[in-house]
Design a protein around this ligand. Structure first.
Ligand code: G3D
Length: 186
């Protein structure tokens, strides 16, 4: 059983679905993290793989995930923004070892937070400061500063240092998300 199935079971969410968007630049570690979280029998469905960008959707017993990259696909942006509406929680993955592209990640986060389908909703956002194992990776505190997370006042957010390869830090993040989803009383 994956971490998320346990989470769903604890929450008694067998009937309801929570849509979680997993976002971040390409190569930040989204697929690696999600693969650690999902149960082996999760149904994966690649959608729109033919037009140049990947959106992956899969379901656990009650959590429905949509994973996509936010960089390099500007011309497809309006297609993936279509999924924002159904998102009830966000996992945003940052590559802590990629200082050069952190500014791009910050800009993508800003664009996301200003989107009309996100802006006025109290969606919980879990940040993973991923690739903590890499030498010279920035700390979660430093990532949080560079991403200007303190300026997010109208949504609950949390940042966890993670090592997607070993799965370290993921449980802490999922625990936080569980509390937030529970508080949403869906
Ligand atoms: P994406 O889905 O966001 O594009 P991936 O990112 O999950 O495909 O990961 C991109 C690369 O980073 C992969 O390496 C993956 O193994 C690696 N990676 C993911 N998480 C971590 C981490 O915490 N630490 C380290 N050191 N590497 C990580 P490859 O070589 O397959 O491209």
């Amino acid at each position: 059983m994956g971490l998320l199935d346990r989470l769903a079971g604890l929450l008694g969410l067998k009937k309801k679905e929570v849509h979680v968007l997993c976002l971040g630049l390409d190569n930040s570690g989204k697929t690696t993290i999600i693969n650690k979280l999902k149960p082996s029998n999760a149904q994966t469905q690649d959608i729109v793989p033919t037009i140049g960008f990947n959106i992956e959707k899969f379901k656990t017993s009650s959590l429905s995930f949509t994973v996509f990259d936010m960089s390099g696909q500007g011309r497809y942006r309006n297609l993936w923004e279509h999924y924002y509406k159904e998102g009830m929680a966000i996992i945003f993955v940052v590559d802590s070892s990629d200082k050069l592209r952190m500014v791009v990640a910050k800009e993508e986060l800003e664009t996301l937070l200003n989107h009309p389908d996100i802006k006025h909703r109290r969606i919980p956002i879990l940040f993973f400061a991923n690739k903590m194992d890499v030498r010279d990776a920035l700390s979660a505190v430093k990532v949080s500063q560079m991403m200007l997370l303190e300026t997010i006042k109208d949504k609950p957010w949390h940042i966890c240092a993670s090592d997607g390869l070993k799965g370290e830090g993921l449980q802490e993040g999922v625990d936080w998300l569980q509390d937030q989803i529970q508080a949403m009383k869906i």
